[in-house]
Design a protein around this ligand. Structure first.
Ligand SMILES: [Zn+2]
Length: 85
């Protein structure tokens, strides 16, 4: 039982990445929880991964700024269009 719960750092970081895309199975969640409890490197990886995920989410949520043309720019373009006709 204990040996099946023990996973390598490679597997642990793989699970951390996987968790961002799909939900983990119960055994994967337990394996990862146990691993991050004993492994400070993977714990740090998990933290950084969460931070990056949040930063990406934040960027995705940002709406593009109001891209309306200024009145002057609009008039200049309109003038050019009229000139060409
Ligand atoms: Zn580890």
């Amino acid at each position: 039982m204990i040996t099946t719960l023990k996973i390598s750092c490679k597997k642990a970081t793989g699970l951390i990445d996987k968790r961002q895309l799909v939900s983990l199975t119960v055994s994967e969640t337990i394996q990862l929880r146990i691993h991050t409890t004993i492994c400070s490197i993977c714990r740090r990886y998990e933290k950084q991964s969460a931070w990056i995920e949040q930063a990406v989410k934040h960027l995705q949520e940002q709406k593009p700024k109001d891209l309306k043309l200024s009145e002057t720019a609009r008039n200049t373009i309109l003038e050019k269009i009229i000139e060409k006709k």
